[in-house]
Write a protein that binds this ligand. Structure first.
Ligand code: MTE
Length: 308
């Protein structure tokens, strides 16, 4: 990621017209209803709170095909076409190890997660630090629910997430100059925020492996690299350690990574983004459009470091 230059020429910014947007929303709800009937899965259609979150979106959904064929998953390679390689990942009997909890339980497996948490749909905008974006109908549940269940120690300030370490399945993990496993860290306040989401599916189906099966984080107001895939370990900690990308290039991929069009990446502008479905360029919004929900997390917005 850190060596990809911004290859997008920005000519115009095009915003979906209100009429198209409304038509599209009809299509979306029709689509979701048919998926529900088809799969009979435990998805609660967007409740009023979720609608509020999706009201900021004025773009069509990115199609399943695009979402599952254009990915960043460095464990399987550095190109966007890793979906075939990712099929090697064995997601049977998936467990998440838990550290820093008050509970005696130090693991939770995916079956228990499915039993314990009711899945809901969230349509979120997703903005990659590489200046592309998409609109995704995720399924899953609020991260705060899992955190409450896991009973973090009272001095917890940070929540760390790690991806598996399996070089036999994920070929690029044989490249030992990367600080594997992939790791991301957020504050406990960010983790408890209602927007912070654990996704187990897209479009009414289980997450494709290339999208981070069986469970991944989604933090829509931050650059996409914070949304760690295929989580296999969660640590509650009172000290901040270094994430995967922060260890590689701290000036380019810092801890906060909150989306801000005014703060350029050292090698490209963040003012515009390219929708990977339509190819249209759109002006980037602060906090990826979610500022009304998340600014309270950051009392000192003058502090530019909260955007790195
Ligand atoms: N998680 C892991 N474990 N490995 C990765 O390489 N890439 C990140 C994030 N989570 C990544 C990851 C980046 S840079 C982005 S933009 C998103 O996943 C891409 O998610 P997608 O492939 O579902 O679009």
């Amino acid at each position: 990621m850190h060596y990809i230059k911004n290859k997008y020429n920005i000519k115009t910014s095009q915003v979906t017209s209100k009429k198209n947007f409304i038509n599209r929303r009809k299509v979306i709800s029709g689509l979701m209803t048919s998926l529900l009937t088809l799969n009979n899965i435990n998805v609660v259609l967007a409740n009023s709170k979720n609608k509020m979150f999706s009201n900021i979106i004025e773009r069509p959904l990115t199609t399943f095909k695009t979402l599952s064929k254009y990915n960043n998953f460095f464990e399987f390679g550095t190109s966007k076409e890793i979906w075939k390689q990712a099929q090697k990942l064995n997601i049977n009997n998936w467990e998440i190890d838990v550290y820093g909890s008050n509970s005696l339980k130090n693991k939770i497996d995916i079956d228990e997660i499915y039993k314990r948490f009711v899945l809901e749909e969230r349509i979120y905008k997703f903005r990659c630090v590489e200046a592309w974006s998409m609109v995704v109908p995720w399924e899953g549940f609020q991260l705060s629910k899992l955190i409450k269940h896991l009973e973090p120690k009272s001095d917890t300030r940070y929540v760390e997430f790690e991806t598996f370490l399996r070089p036999d399945e994920a070929n690029n993990q044989k490249q030992n100059w990367y600080p594997w496993p992939y790791k991301e860290i957020i504050t406990i306040e960010e983790a408890m925020h209602p927007l912070s989401f654990l996704a187990t599916g897209i479009y009414g189906q289980n997450l494709p492996k290339q999208n981070g099966a069986p469970i991944r984080l989604v933090l829509p107001w931050k650059y996409g690299f914070k949304s760690i895939k295929s989580i296999s370990k969660i640590t509650f900690s009172n000290k901040k350690s270094k994430s995967f990308w922060e260890s590689i290039a701290p000036k380019e991929y810092g801890f906060w990574a909150n989306v801000n069009p005014k703060i350029s990446h050292p090698r490209w502008s963040q003012e515009y983004e390219k929708d990977i479905e339509t190819g249209e360029k759109h002006p980037t919004k602060i906090f990826n459009g979610y500022s009304e929900f998340v600014t309270a997390l950051y009392p000192n917005l003058e502090d530019r470091s909260i955007f790195y």
